[in-house]
Design a protein around this ligand. Structure first.
Ligand SMILES: [Mg+2]
Length: 309
């Protein structure tokens, strides 16, 4: 029985609408309004507009809940930027004009009920017209309960919305509200597997390891769409190098829950599950593997023999 049906439906609706916001900015060609965060990663006006919308919805409908969201650099939003966000919201009939900046930094109340927000995952991909995603998760005391991930242009030019609830399975809908269950595939033949890996944040050991064990098919894309590809069986394996400094709950919690609920497994290179604590995602060895259970075990054994250096 679903325990979080209300939160799940809500998350699906807000990531759907947030994707309309991000696509609005893309179509208007406002990608040039981008900034460098203190960690040198890029952020665009669309990231801010998406987070303002997502935070404001949670603020309105779940006012006692806590929000753990990625963006916080409100200083980038000058008058020109603010006016563009207002123009977007006006054209899309979003009535959130009065408290723009405040909504970026709105964290709600400290609560066991916690929402994680990634307003655009894969910002570089977004800027280049490639793959990106919007990810929302919901946790109780840092334990994942539901997720919703919108991936515009996932399948040809369709918007895909992936969602999952703990112990209730994973599902997808394409450009409508009809959801179908998804499952990881059962492929474990190394010569035939398709590995997805990061387009802009990869490390050489991932590809070298994959080639050494005989993998020949690669899908290189940005964002948590890689978790979606494993969850719906499009890809067989996802290997991601991690570094502790840039390992946040909003990046990994939605995909972690989605793959597990689709019957797969997600662990670090030691075989340990990812752990979430407020905004931090932690692990014991610097990388994660998402796959079906059998292939995942096989890959873990091979990584033990050829550990990344
Ligand atoms: Mg982001």
């Amino acid at each position: 029985m679903s325990h979080y049906n209300k939160e799940l439906k809500f998350a699906i609706e807000i990531v759907r609408k947030a994707s309309i916001i991000t696509e609005w900015f893309k179509k208007k060609n406002f990608g040039s309004f981008s900034y460098k965060k203190p960690d040198q990663s890029p952020v665009t006006l669309a990231d801010f507009a998406s987070q303002i919308y997502l935070n404001s919805q949670i603020r309105e409908y779940f006012q006692d809940d806590q929000i753990i969201a990625e963006e916080e650099n409100v200083e980038f939003i000058d008058l020109k930027a603010e006016n563009l966000i207002k123009q977007c919201f006006k054209e899309l009939n979003i009535n959130k004009l009065e408290i723009l900046k405040e909504n970026i930094r709105y964290h709600g109340k400290t609560s066991e009920r916690q929402w994680t927000i990634d307003p655009i995952d894969g910002t570089i991909g977004y800027q280049q017209g490639l793959s990106y995603a919007i990810g929302v998760g919901f946790m109780i005391n840092s334990n994942p309960k539901i997720c919703a991930i919108a991936v515009p242009n996932y399948n040809v030019d369709l918007l895909a919305i992936f969602s999952a609830e703990e112990n209730q399975g994973a599902q997808v809908s394409y450009s409508n509200n009809v959801f179908k269950p998804i499952k990881v595939n059962h492929n474990e033949d190394l010569r035939n597997i398709r590995l997805c890996h990061s387009l802009h944040y990869d490390q050489p050991w991932v590809l070298k390891f994959a080639q050494d064990i005989g993998i020949r098919n690669f899908i290189q894309i940005d964002s948590m769409a890689k978790f979606c590809m494993v969850a719906d069986g499009t890809a067989d394996l996802y290997i991601k190098p991690l570094d502790l400094e840039h390992s946040f709950t909003w990046d990994f919690m939605p995909g972690d829950l989605l793959v597990k609920e689709a019957g797969g497994n997600v662990t670090d290179l030691n075989g340990e599950h990812l752990k979430f604590k407020e905004k931090k995602c932690t692990w014991t060895k610097p990388g994660i593997i998402a796959s079906n259970r059998k292939l995942q075990k096989k890959i873990l054994e091979l990584i033990k023999r050829k550990p990344p250096n």
